[in-house]
Write a protein that binds this ligand. Structure first.
Ligand SMILES: [Zn+2]
Length: 225
């Protein structure tokens, strides 16, 4: 039986539309003034799950939200699924897909893709939407910042460690990780913008009322010993 995923509002304009497959990657909708952005293109199990594209289409139709952007936090297979990306593009043919440059190899089959190298500032219904390249868990890590919320992909917080440190093919070297954390620790100051909530894209780490800059400083601490 196909189970319909429940939509839950995590913050003003930030909805979790569902968590997919056994690893539970979230597919999110950001919205403001009738414009929306889809975050994440996870694979799903069609034997018991509704597809993220179908879900997003119905959620946006019901709420009269026009999807302007399709986004993704990093290239790992539990976050970017080519079939789901294609379905999402078919569901929202006018949406622009904004991805970090490192997606180029796997996203070449999509139309309407805009690549950025470092950061990108988009506009959703008059509200700023920031995409910030910050490699720590993987080379394409992108933080998505909207309405005071940071969706931090698969970043491990409060530790310099990353899940793939022992895999030479995937790991981000320590100096690059430190540079990325430094960059994020300056974000609030550089953009004169306050981040008070942090969500992991898997929806298994939810922090509210936080001091983002302090959290970033604490994430530089190596607690792997
Ligand atoms: Zn993941």
């Amino acid at each position: 039986m196909i189970k319909r995923t429940r939509v839950s509002q995590w913050s003003d304009g930030v909805l979790l539309m569902g968590r997919f497959e056994w690893f539970g990657t979230g597919c999110w909708l950001l919205h403001h003034n009738g414009e929306g952005a889809i975050v994440e293109l996870p694979p799903f199990n069609p034997t018991h799950q509704e597809s993220p594209a179908n879900k997003a289409y119905n959620v946006c139709k019901k709420r009269k939200i026009k999807v302007k952007y399709i986004l993704c936090t990093h290239t790992h297979i539990d976050h970017f699924n080519p079939q789901v990306a294609r379905e999402m593009q078919n569901a929202f043919p006018d949406a622009e897909i904004h991805l970090q440059r490192g997606f180029q190899e796997i996203a070449g089959f999509l139309n309407n893709v805009y690549y950025f190298d470092h950061d990108s500032k988009l506009n959703l219904g008059g509200e700023s939407l920031f995409l910030v390249h910050a490699p720590k868990h993987s080379w394409t890590d992108t933080h998505i910042i909207f309405k005071g919320v940071a969706i931090t992909g698969d970043w491990e917080l409060n530790t310099l460690r990353a899940a793939h440190d022992d895999k030479p093919k995937y790991r981000v070297p320590q100096d690059a990780k430190l540079a990325a954390i430094d960059k994020m620790s300056r974000f609030e100051h550089d953009f004169n913008y306050r981040i008070h909530k942090v969500y992991s894209v898997h929806a298994n780490d939810r922090r509210e009322g936080i001091d983002f800059t302090a959290l970033m400083h604490d994430t530089k601490v190596d607690r792997s010993f």
